[in-house]
Each structure stands twice: as structure tokens, then as C-alpha cells.
Design a protein around this ligand. Structure first.
Ligand code: PGA
Length: 252
């Protein structure tokens, strides 16, 4: 059985105090509710990774970074390496978020190197893929997502690919309040799973967790997560309020 996951991407939000309060509320929620086998991952801004990791150790929460550099180490001012994350016991790392692709010009080729660095350091990539609005409107969305997976992930060996979590995030749905319909999400998730089966095998395809991201909130999470191939969500805005995030975790 593949893992169901709800991951919170805080992006560049929260002061240290706000982050501390939010993580404590989430720890309290996790410790006082039975969430079964659902994996809950918090991806705070990098300066709060240690704080989050310390608080998370009192619960079943996992911690993820929002980005990692594509080089191993060296003169890359301001950057964070996979080895650093590993040395802080960080479990996951978001790679290829559309905001990184757009504002920091991260190419599929660069992202393949980021995936490599994460895997070498035993950090599980949460690999984001998804099409822009014009690509959706032009009917090119399958081709775009296929290229993203082929160029950044499908070089991995089977045993390494098994550590990857995929997040389908149609760019037109991120932070816009426009969510993909349940059918649109299911259609793309099934397509992604079919590509994994073609490249690797049925067993790996069936065991790969594929999250949906893009304006997922407590109102629409249940319908999205009810789809056969949607294994949870990567949540932006709604992960900044403990109550909303908790409701999403309870939406399976
Ligand atoms: P959103 O962001 O939930 O605010 O749309 C999702 C994401 O960017 O991962």
C-alpha cells in the first residue's frame, strides 16, 4: 500500500515566533488525534528547520526543506546542500516547485541534479510537476508533465525512484483559489502513474505516492483525496493555519 501524505509548504511566511506557535499547535494536534498511517510533513523556511525538527521529534511529524542546491558543497553563497539537510535529520525536500522554476529559472536538467543530491543524502524528494495555464488551454499538459518527469526523475534507478514522492501542481491552481477539478486531478495522476509503470514496473507505479497541490483547502480536500490515484496533498496557503491544515489531514 502506498503512503498517504499531507505536506505543508509554508513558503516564505511566518516570523520565528509565528513558526514556533504553528509547529506547537500541529504537534499538539498530531499527539491528541489518531491520524493512522498518514504521513504529515512540514516544510518551513530554512532558518526554522532546526526548530521544526526539534518540535517534530515530540510527535510523528516529518520535516522537509523547500529547496536544496544542485551542487555538493562549496562557494555557493546563500545556498543549502543536501548533506547539510541530512546532518540535521531532515526527511524530505521539495524539488522543482513552480515558484522556483519561474523566479529562479530552475530547468528540468538542474532539477535532475537536485534530485540526485537529495537521493545521495537519503533525503526523499517531493518532486513537483505541473503545467502553466496556456499549456493547459493548448491541450499540452500531458506532454509538459511527461517531459518534466522524463528529464528530472526517470534517470533514477528503481531503488532510488522508490524514495520519490510526486506532487502534481497545475501552476494555474497554485495560490489562485482555482482548484483543479477532481476529474482533472485524477486524470493527470492516473497518467503519471501510467508513465511510472511504463518506465519502471507496475509494482513501483502502484507504490508511488502522488500528491495534488494547488488551492487545496479544508473544503475541497475530501473530494480530491477520494480519487483513486490522489494520495494526499501538498498544501500552501492552508498549511499556515493549524486548524485548516488539521482539517485537511482529516480529509481521507
Ligand atoms: P497553495 O500552494 O495551496 O497556496 O495553492 C500550493 C503549493 O504551492 O505547493
Amino acid at each position: 500500500m502506498r503512503k498517504q501524505i499531507v505536506a505543508g509548504n509554508w513558503k516564505m511566511n511566518n516570523t520565528f515566533q509565528e513558526a514556533d506557535d504553528l509547529i506547537n499547535e500541529l504537534v499538539e494536534f498530531i499527539n491528541s488525534n489518531d491520524i493512522g498511517d498518514i504521513g504529515v510533513i512540514i516544510c518551513p523556511p530554512a532558518p526554522y528547520l532546526e526548530l521544526t525538527s526539534d518540535s517534530a521529534s515530540e510527535s510523528d511529524l516529518f520535516v522537509g526543506a523547500q529547496n536544496v542546491n544542485d551542487h555538493e558543497s562549496g562557494a555557493y553563497t546563500g545556498e543549502i546542500s543536501a548533506a547539510m539537510l541530512e546532518s540535521m535529520n531532515i526527511d524530505y525536500c521539495i524539488i522543482g516547485h513552480s515558484e522556483r522554476r519561474k523566479y529562479y529559472h530552475e530547468s528540468n536538467e538542474m532539477l535532475s541534479e537536485k534530485v540526485n543530491r537529495a537521493i545521495e543524502s537519503s533525503i526523499q524528494p517531493i518532486f513537483c510537476c505541473g503545467e502553466l495555464l496556456p499549456e493547459r488551454e493548448a491541450g499540452e499538459y500531458f506532454d509538459v508533465v511527461k517531459a518534466q518527469l522524463e528529464e528530472s526523475l526517470f534517470h533514477l534507478k528503481e531503488e532510488d525512484f522508490e524514495d520519490v514522492v510526486i506532487a502534481y501542481e497545475p501552476v494555474w491552481a497554485i495560490g489562485t483559489g482555482v482548484t483543479a477539478t477532481s476529474d482533472q486531478a485524477q486524470e493527470m495522476h492516473a497518467f503519471i502513474r501510467s508513465l511510472i509503470k511504463e518506465k519502471y514496473n507496475e509494482n513501483i507505479a502502484e507504490n508511488t505516492t502522488i500528491l495534488y497541490g494547488g488551492s487545496c483547502n479544508p473544503k475541497n480536500a475530501r473530494e480530491l483525496f477520494a480519487n483513486k490515484d490522489v494520495d494526499g496533498g501538498l498544501i500552501g496557503g492552508a498549511s499556515l493555519k493549524a486548524d485548516d491544515f488539521a482539517k485537511i489531514i482529516q480529509s481521507f
